[in-house]
Write a protein of this length. Structure first.
Lengths: 729, 161
């Protein structure tokens, strides 16, 4: 991270609702206290917080806050860009600083592809308000009419005389002005930064090894730790023989520790040493006897999937009930059914879980960790240590990947508990084996699909029962009871998958497991779209229709806005992919579309037979994400979603046998590599003026069904279980 | 414990360390160069790649004793923001990194590849790069950036600039 160090000795915090939507504004007692001390030094560089997200000092340094940690999705650029657009500064003129979890920054969780869509209005309003304060300050100083003063590149200019004042020269006056209301924001056609492929400011430091990730944090006096978690997750420590471990030079302490997950705490053994290698050697030398507490008998993926299949015939809590599915289905001339299964998956970000924590003598705690949500981290650390939130400080560097994993803070709380025990700053580093064997995982799911077409080839009945464990139930202990899990309905309910079904049931059934689960890039749609969009394809073939035309016919019957946008996306894909062009023998094409996190994405996959398997020749993608900030980043995220989604479709999932994960590292939990990439990925963004949607996840859900639909087209083989081997279909 | 000398990015270091300590941790935690990353600890992902006498090696499985008196180059020795290597420049031109964590290793592999094969084919790139995992999925941009860097290097050679 590029450190910005304006001397934050004086801050003007406006006690007024600048944006009205959750940006906390208020006086800071400590900042005010410093004010009088400094007024005697005319040369001091004074830093003014015009808004929590905008800090400008009188030497001219402009610092904009990014409140959503960057794990590769581009918030480091997107957030400042939205502010800068209205503030009238270029991205070269600013420094960027990561927020530290304080409430004044609002919700700081990078999750749900929400950064741009939730910040869209209020961040531009913040920039516009500050700009108006500078204009007013300049007009007053020049004794000029406000209309003659305009903002450009971090300055206010006086049109009639050509006089110019930089923001740094005006900030003292501007900070004393009331925060304007009723701000007019720019129209899309007037954007200078938003919508432009501006190079990302974090990239130069990421190609020179200078970017600071969680793994790279060093704190004076820091010790290193490695923790042996129970190989059978939730097992208990019976005995520890640390005689060999303690002989390793550098090992300082070995003790029983804990892994605080959100819903339960499990046991572990920690080795703390003066360097990480010693900690790891010490850990390897431990002899621990574990009590598996029965989980080696009960906790298996085989047992879980067996239960999912048993529940497939049972009723569900519905998201949507349209017409009479059962009666229509029973009476229809052509009935289809299929069970679609997806695996448990580890996130496996390239940077394993890591955190530095320091519980200090006064009971306060400082944390340095690659977490997706700094505010939530403060809350959880404070809750865990039973101290006020004000006594927790969090520093968030760049994340070496996240994909949802780094919003689950067991590794941070582990570091906290270790630091408290050894009374020193501790850096806890998970091994890759810890990452892959300990979870939490994407839950494996089952989609039980039934449907029917009539003699004319019209779809008359459709049923999707999504069955599996609920993140809300397990992780957050939400009392869902018999209700449908609202998170799990994303991408398959009628609001998001607006096919005009005359008769349909779309619903949910919970099956519980003790295997730890959590959100994983695109969450439930990463699983549910596989069954949903594969089965639409099955019905299209049963109806003797082209699968893309079949979808269009179902969508064009609907009047709602989402359905219209689906139609535009599919028609664009038809054209860009040259969908209707005949394919050579042995080749196939498949399409799938899904709306998730506020955006609609469709992929077309083109494959050909290759020995016993298939080869992916070409992927064409169309995304409607409304107004976007950086089109190149939208492309990058969609490319990333295709790669992540392909890995999920064709590489090993996580299986749990006798309570233990069978996969341990990248040799048996392989991921897509360079030589396995589709030769060409061609990505198109729909241009419109709709409110921004998400970008980091919506490209993922349609990947597996589009690929499997293409394989059916090429080979006649219908794939209903992920993962599968692309070389032997 | 043993006393081991090695040269990293042209600078000689003498470490008092467990000779079995992987070069990765010696470079990161003892010498203090954090650009080389830990990803898997078993030579599966390539994030820890450094050059030993110009050849890419996996520092996570190389005991520091095996490189005693040898010359190591890490990402910090390839180029700086003020003086970028053509591969780093190409990485910026093609906007390759997302999270960026694997990119030090990717760049070390690409630099070594271009030294051997100034005009690599796609098959050459597959062979040289398939040992490097990127979970963000930047593979196609990496491929493009390697071709860009090759063209850049060729241009520099022909114009003498």
């Amino acid at each position: 991270m590029k450190p910005t160090s304006p001397i934050d000795r004086r801050s003007f915090l406006k006690a007024a609702g600048l944006t009205g939507t959750g940006l906390f504004l208020g006086f800071s007692a400590s900042a005010n206290g410093a004010l009088t001390n400094l007024s005697h030094d005319p040369k001091a560089v004074l830093s003014f917080e015009l808004h929590p997200f905008i800090v400008i000092d009188n030497a001219g340094t402009i610092t904009l806050i990014n409140h959503r940690p960057d794990m590769g999705q581009g918030s480091w650029q997107a957030v400042p860009t939205m502010i800068a657009e209205e503030l009238e500064v270029s991205l070269d003129q600013i420094q960027i600083r990561q927020s530290n979890g304080l409430r004044k920054y609002g919700d700081q969780l990078s999750g749900g592809s929400s950064t741009v869509r939730t910040g869209w209005k209020r961040l531009r309003e913040a920039g516009a308000a500050a700009r108006e304060m500078f204009r007013q300050a300049a007009a007053t100083r020049w004794n000029a009419s406000l209309n003659e003063c305009y903002a450009e590149m971090g300055t206010i200019k006086h049109r009639p005389t050509g006089k110019v004042l930089a923001y740094g020269a005006l900030v003292d006056d501007a900070a004393k002005l009331p925060v304007p209301k009723d701000l007019r924001l720019k129209a899309k056609k007037d954007f200078k930064l938003i919508g432009k492929a501006i190079p990302r400011p974090d990239i130069p430091q990421k190609v020179t090894g200078k970017a600071v990730f969680g793994m790279d944090i060093d704190v004076p006096g820091m010790l290193y730790a490695s923790m042996e978690h129970s190989p059978v997750i939730h097992g208990k420590v019976v005995s520890i023989d640390d005689s060999q471990a303690k002989k390793i030079p550098g090992v300082k302490a070995v003790f029983k520790a804990e892994r605080p997950m959100p819903h339960r705490t499990s046991e572990a053994v920690a080795v703390v040493a003066t360097n990480y290698w010693a900690a790891l050697q010490g850990r390897r030398a431990l002899k621990i006897q574990w009590d598996n507490a029965g989980y080696d008998q009960t906790m298996t993926t085989e047992r879980y999937y067996k239960e999912l299949r048993e529940k497939a015939g049972q009723p569900v809590a519905p998201y949507n009930t349209i017409g009479d599915f059962t009666a229509t289905y029973e009476a229809a001339p052509k009935k289809l059914e299929g069970l679609y299964e997806t695996p448990f998956l580890a996130h496996a970000p390239m940077e394993p879980e890591v955190a530095v924590a320091h519980v200090k003598d006064d009971g306060s705690c400082e944390v340095w960790a690659p977490v997706q949500g700094p505010d939530g981290t403060i809350e959880q650390v404070a809750g865990y240590l039973k101290i006020p939130a004000e006594q927790v400080k969090i520093n968030v560097p760049f994340l070496g990947g996240g994909f949802g994993r780094k919003a689950y803070l067991d590794f941070v709380l582990e570091a906290v508990t270790l630091s408290k025990q050894v009374k020193a700053p501790v850096k806890l580093v998970w091994t890759r084996e810890d990452d892959i064997t300990q979870g939490p995982y994407r839950p494996g799911m089952l989609s039980a699909m039934r449907g029917a077409v009539d003699a004319q080839g019209n779809l008359v009945a459709f049923e999707h029962k999504l069955i599996g464990e609920s993140i809300q139930r397990q992780v957050f202990r939400a009392p869902l009871g018999e209700k449908a899990d609202d998170w799990a309905g994303e991408a398959i309910n009628q609001e998001e998958s607006p096919y005009a079904f005359p008769n349909a049931t779309i619903g949910w059934r919970n099956v519980q497991t003790d295997i730890p689960i959590v959100w994983w890039r695109s969450v439930y749609p990463s699983s549910s779209s596989f069954g949903h969009e594969s089965f639409i394809d099955e019905l299209a073939h049963a109806a003797g229709k082209d699968p893309l035309s079949f979808r269009l016919a179902l969508l064009e019957k609907k009047e709602d806005e989402v359905a219209k946008r689906f139609v535009t996306v599919l028609k664009t894909l038809r054209e860009k992919a040259r969908w209707d062009q005949p394919l050579p023998a042995g080749a196939g094409k498949g399409v799938a579309i899904a709306r998730s996190f506020g955006s609609i994405c469709a992929h077309a996959f083109f494959v050909s037979k290759n020995g016993n398997g298939v080869k992916i020749n070409r992927v064409v993608s169309v995304l409607d994400c409304g107004i976007y900030v950086n089109p190149d980043n939208v492309r990058a995220q969609t490319e990333g979603n295709i790669v992540y989604g392909l890995t999920a479709a064709i590489k090993n999932g996580i299986t749990i046998t006798n309570g233990r994960a069978d996969q341990t590292n990248f040799h048996n939990y392989p991921v897509l590599r360079m030589d396995e990439m589709p030769v060409s990925i061609d990505m198109h963004i729909i241009e419109n003026e709709e409110a921004p949607g998400g970008v980091g996840e919506p490209g993922l859900p349609p990947v597996a069904p589009a690929l499997c639909n293409a394989i059916f087209s090429a080979t006649g083989k219908r794939i209903r279980k992920l993962p599968f081997d692309l070389n032997a279909v | 414990m043993a006393s081991i000398s090695l040269t990293v990015n042209g600078k000689k270091h003498t470490l008092e360390t467990d000779p079995q300590m992987p070069l990765l941790w010696a470079v990161r935690d003892v010498i203090g160069l954090k650009g080389t990353k830990f990803g898997c600890g078993m030579a599966q992902c390539g994030a820890c790649t450094v050059h030993l006498d110009g050849r890419p090696i996996r520092s996570c499985v190389t005991p520091v004793s095996a490189v005693a008196n040898k010359k190591i180059i890490t990402i910090e020795g390839i180029g700086t923001e003020a003086n970028l290597h053509p591969v780093q420049k190409a990485w910026i031109d093609e906007q390759v990194p997302q999270c960026g964590y694997c990119q030090s290793g990717q760049i070390m592999a690409a630099v070594a590849l271009l030294k051997d094969k100034p005009n690599p084919t796609d098959a050459d790139i597959d062979t040289a790069m398939r040992g490097h995992i990127c979970r963000c999925g930047t593979y196609n941009r990496i491929r493009k950036a390697i071709h860009t860097a090759a063209a850049m290097t060729k241009e520099t050679a022909s114009t003498g600039k």
